[in-house]
Design a protein around this ligand. Structure first.
Ligand code: UDP
Ligand code: MG
Length: 318
């Protein structure tokens, strides 16, 4: 039987929420009264997550489990789930129940109206630190100012996408993926549904500051060349400013008694310029590092095991 809805759930050390997530998702998906599958992508968990979901897999034929050989990251996990999904509509949702599964019903309604992408837009975020909320808000606005692609603000990866959008995304090979940006890049008819983001059901965030920063840099470099242009503009401005200073110095030397004094000023100027140059080199380095990743062309993820998937027709032949 062909599947109408595929739900993709990335999980990384989520033993505290896995069972509850399954129960809530099943309730919502069963209410839609159409064939569905739940694809859990285990992103190299080191706790009992894998065992818990394997167990569920054995009891419920709707559930599938993809296990990575190690931790490849949230965006890679989502991509794997989409690659392996077979539904006409694919829903991506976090395991921690911060995004209420009940919103899926609204998303499906919009999809049936003819939209190809229905993204969840966070109206409010409960139970997250002031720091996380402030940085997230700032980041989404910064990103939308930087990019040419129109990426809606305050949207996460919680969304429904149509099969044709999913196929476009699977055909993109880029490595440092910012999936929500790629969805915007794909185009098609898009709309949002607003919802209140809940607290994490249990456990802790799997996005420590380091991962969050890396994520932000991935997003910016994937969708904008403006930081590189900025390097050029800053350089231009500074060299013009130095010319002005040069003329002032010459003027002082020739037409007045004062001489420009001291090694301190030289040191300050030198430190300032070296600092600026190093920052710019760092920005260029971020882009080069990503080009390097593309050139190596290593796989986005490595699958250790798949459970609960029906063998495809072409696999049956052998
Ligand atoms: N996640 C993952 N791999 C990672 C980090 C996170 O698959 O390396 C999953 C995690 O299990 C969760 C989702 O991505 O289902 C979002 O993570 P989390 O809720 O910790 O992020 P936050 O909501 O705090 O930004
Ligand atoms: Mg979360």
């Amino acid at each position: 039987m062909s599947v109408r809805y595929s739900v993709v759930v990335p999980v990384y050390n989520e033993e505290a929420v896995a069972q509850e997530c399954y129960v809530r998702l099943t309730k919502v998906m069963a209410s839609l009264r159409d064939a569905y599958e739940l694809i859990f992508v285990d992103d190299g968990s080191r706790d009992q997550t894998n065992a818990i979901i394997s167990n569920i897999c054995r009891q419920d034929s709707h559930v599938r489990l993809v296990s990575f050989s190690r931790n490849f990251g949230h965006q890679a996990a989502i991509s794997a789930g989409m690659d392996l999904s077979s539904g006409q509509a694919v829903i991506i949702i976090d395991a921690d129940l911060q995004d209420p599964p009940e919103v899926i019903i609204e998303m499906v309604k919009k999809w049936k109206e003819g939209y190809d992408v229905v993204y969840g837009q966070r109206e409010k975020r409960k139970g997250e630190s002031v720091f996380k909320k402030a940085t997230a808000k700032l980041f989404y606005r910064f990103l939308s100012a930087q990019t040419d692609v129109d990426i809606p603000v305050d949207t996460g990866d919680f969304r429904l996408i149509d099969r044709k959008v999913c196929d476009v995304l699977s055909s993109l090979t880029e490595k440092n993926r910012y999936v929500r940006g790629l969805v915007s890049f794909a185009g098609f008819r898009q709309t949002g549904v607003r919802y209140v983001r809940d607290e994490r059901f249990a456990g802790e965030t799997k996005y420590p500051l380091k991962k969050m920063m890396n994520f932000a840099v991935d997003a910016t470099t994937s969708f904008s060349k403006k930081p590189l242009k900025l390097a050029g503009y800053v350089g231009l401005f500074l060299s013009m400013a130095s010319f002005v200073y040069l003329f002032i110095t010459i003027y002082l030397k020739l037409f007045t008694q004062t001489t420009v004094s001291g090694w301190a000023s030289i040191l300050c100027v030198s430190l300032f310029f070296n600092g600026v140059v190093l920052i710019m080199l760092g920005i260029i380095g971020e882009y080069i590092g990503r080009i390097y990743d593309e050139v190596k062309n290593r796989p986005l993820y490595i699958i250790k095991e798949k459970t609960g998937f029906q063998p495809r027709k072409d696999e049956l032949k052998n």
